[in-house]
Ligand binder design. Structure first.
Ligand code: PRP
Ligand code: ORO
Ligand code: MG
Length: 196
């Protein structure tokens, strides 16, 4: 799948939103990729995750386990794992807390795992996911996402592959351009907002 075909999936699904968004990292952006609009369409999700599985295999070789950060990573993690012939597990938060591996999930010794994210903006969520896996016996060999919107600057602590790399503006809340400050912000994701 070419980068343009991937973007066309988001555009034609109505998943490429403009406004004023509070991102998971706390940064603000006029652009938001609403991945759940994509994941509500199994055929679109299948096309994108099949392509991501091909990129993962080319870069990392055999993968036994896909581990994803909830909530956004769960559906693409599962679908990508299906194409890889791997298991799909996820890490999740108690509200406001760190990611943890629960529900009897583990990465056993000798197994090769990859983190699958939906979108990478700063890499913070993927980094937190990796940190939550530090006591697992198996090896986390890399990370993958559908869209890396960090311009390639996202820091995960693992090699990252994606279907597309974009450089989408994101601003600190105290350095908003006036046209963004004029729009009331919305916070689409599941990470708890810090207390004011
Ligand atoms: O690279 P980052 O700066 O961490 O941003 C990307 C993360 O933000 C979103 O998750 P969010 O915490 O908004 O919750 P969600 O998964 O429930 O959508 C998205 O699913 C990624 O996990
Ligand atoms: O950084 C984020 O929180 C984020 C950005 C984006 O475009 N889409 C998304 O689901 N989360
Ligand atoms: Mg997420």
């Amino acid at each position: 799948m070419t980068p343009e075909e991937v973007l066309e999936e988001f555009r034609s699904a109505g998943a490429l939103l403009q406004g004023h968004f509070i991102l998971s990292s706390g940064l603000r952006s006029p652009t938001f990729l609403q991945k759940m609009t994509i994941f509500s369409d199994p055929a679109r999700t299948e096309r994108l995750c099949r392509a991501l599985a091909e990129v993962i295999t080319a870069r990392f070789g055999r993968i036994d386990i896909v581990v994803s950060p909830a909530i956004g990573g769960i559906i693409p993690g599962y679908e990508t794992a299906r194409h890889l012939g791997a298991k799909a597990i996820f890490v999740e938060r108690d509200p406001g807390g760190p990611f943890t591996l629960r529900r009897g999930f583990s990465i056993p010794a000798g197994s090769r795992a990859v983190i699958v994210e939906d979108i990478v903006t700063t890499g913070l969520s993927a980094r937190e996911c990796l940190a939550s896996l530090k006591d697992e016996a198996g090896e986390v060999v890399g990370a993958a996402c559908l869209i890396d919107r960090s311009g390639g600057r996202g820091e995960i602590g693992l090699p990252l592959v994606s279907l597309v790399t974009l450089d989408i503006p994101a601003y600190s809340p105290d350095a908003l351009p006036p046209e963004l400050a004029a729009i009331p912000p919305v916070k689409p994701g599941s990470r708890a907002l810090p207390k004011p």
